[in-house]
Write a protein that binds this ligand. Structure first.
Ligand SMILES: Cc1cc2nc3c(=O)[nH]c(=O)nc-3n(C[C@H](O)[C@H](O)[C@H](O)COP(=O)(O)OP(=O)(O)OC[C@H]3O[C@@H](n4cnc5c(N)ncnc54)[C@H](O)[C@@H]3O)c2cc1C
Length: 422
């Protein structure tokens, strides 16, 4: 029986493997790390003595592929979120709080109501957002929108940074419009936020590994692919250092690794080159904090303006803060950063924090590729010039931002292509 080798057990590799074993293929999954999940993982942190995620990951109900994947691996019950879309925000400088609550249906009548609009914003500023719809391929978000309008700081900038992990001055306007079209333009039901109740591993990784194992796959950790040997139009041998694997006729290879790794293994590959960091801080408090008004019990999420962090999530007695597109911050020393994020948390939750609470800073320096117009043109399709080699990963040309949604779609595309390739 022909074998399919998947290299990389992140979400893309796992989504691909789950689909392939379901269709009866013989799968070998090779992962360089000692665990699966890649950029989407949880672990027990000894300093906090709590299970933490490498970073807060948010899905929206518009993420149909991600939710389909979670369903497929039987983990739907592990996601939690409010019954209706509501995004509470706070300006850390003034203490002002508001909640963005899109209405049901595609007509955004909530914008007509001054009470429902974001404070100090005008209807005209929202309508000007339609400029994104006609953006050219080289336009950035900042090229299309007015940076002096209050809506910039209170909506467009946080949305761009959260959705694209790229500063709006360099982020693709077209990609942001794609996000708006799939979410806010479809109304409240497409925008409900969801998080993993018991951590990322329990929702996205462990059940997938169990399904792949149950499907008879061979799963190898600490197996780093170092080189690929080619002959004619095919990949012929995988070099894992101590182990060499020959590919027979009919065998296929899915490379589900991050773009810098794929580019090193395939020197003529055109792929996005620059990556952008995300920094997360997890702070353990003495007790579960009282939630300020506006925060939902079923997903205590708060958007922050005017501080270092952009999002805060409360899970039990742990407060987690996220800084996306964190190029400057990622270089700051742990102590300075911890102090800044700690002050944001204290102001947001109205806490008198203990002197030195346990805090864990997680810097993901290569969280996603920089989603600039130029980089989007370098996203490759799943198929390569090698007849038996396919690509997967959030950075491949799925049309979606580099997210779980994109990773799952890319894994499914590669799985489908495996069925059709020689
Ligand atoms: C802090 C943070 C916050 C995020 N927030 C969100 C969010 O809110 N919502 C959202 O949808 N997305 C979010 N993302 C993005 C999301 O995590 C990624 O899009 C997704 O996990 C990418 O999956 P992937 O399989 O494409 O890549 P990866 O997760 O990078 O998987 C690649 C795998 O390949 C392995 N590998 C690398 N080299 C080799 C080799 N030579 N041999 C064998 N294996 C190798 C790696 O160890 C890894 O396991 C966030 C990411 C980060 C880092």
């Amino acid at each position: 029986m022909a074998r399919i080798h998947i290299v990389g057990a992140g979400i893309a590799g796992l989504a691909c493997a789950v689909r392939l074993v379901r269709h009866g293929h013989a799968v070998h999954l090779h992962e360089a790390a000692a665990h699966a999940g890649g950029r989407c993982r949880s672990y027990h942190d000894a300093k906090l003595d709590r299970l933490i995620d490498n970073g807060n990951h948010l899905l929206l109900t518009a993420n149909h592929a991600a939710l389909g994947y979670v369903d497929e691996i039987g983990a739907h019950q592990t996601l939690q979120g409010p019954a209706r879309a509501a995004f509470p925000f706070m300006d850390l400088r003034s203490g002002e709080r508001w909640t963005v609550r899109p209405n049901g249906g595609p007509l955004p009548w909530w914008l007509l109501s001054r009470e429902r609009r974001i404070p100090h914003t005008r209807l005209g500023a929202y309508l000007a957002g339609l400029r994104l719809a006609v953006a050219g391929p080289d336009d950035t978000v900042a090229d299309c929108l007015d940076r002096t309008d209050p809506l910039w700081e209170r909506f467009w900038e946080p949305l761009t940074v959260a959705a694209l992990n790229t500063a709006p001055e360099e982020a693709s306007a077209r990609l942001l419009w794609m996000v708006v079209r799939a979410t806010f333009a479809r109304g409240e039901a497409a925008c409900r936020p969801l998080i993993a109740r018991h951590g990322l591993a329990a929702s996205f990784v462990d059940p997938a590994l169990a399904a792949v194992r149950a499907g008879g796959a061979d799963i190898g950790f600490n197996r780093r692919l170092r080189a690929i040997a080619f002959a004619g139009d095919r990949a012929r041998r995988l070099d894992f250092g101590e182990q060499q694997v020959d590919l027979a006729d009919g065998d296929r290879l899915v490379l589900a690794v991050p773009p810098p790794v794929a580019a090193a293994l395939l020197p003529d590959l055109e792929a996005p080159q620059e990556m952008r960091p995300i920094v997360n801080a997890h702070i353990r408090l003495p007790d579960r904090p009282a939630l300020p008004p506006g925060l939902a019990e079923d997903l205590p999420l708060l958007g922050l303006i005017g501080g270092a962090a952009q999002w805060l999530v409360v899970r039990g007695d742990v407060v987690s803060l996220t800084v996306s597109a964190a190029a400057g911050l990622a270089e700051e020393s742990g102590g300075d950063l911890a102090g800044r994020l700690w002050r944001d948390a204290a102001a947001a939750l109205d806490l008198t924090l203990p002197d030195d609470p346990p805090i864990r800073i997680v810097k993901e320096r290569r969280a996603t590729f920089a989603q600039t117009p130029r980089a989007l043109r370098r996203r490759p399709p799943a198929r390569t010039r090698w007849a038996n080699l396919l690509l997967a990963g959030d950075w491949t040309d799925t049309g979606y931002p580099a997210t779980i949604e994109s990773a799952v779609l890319s894994g499914w595309t590669a799985a489908r292509a495996c069925g059709n390739s020689r």
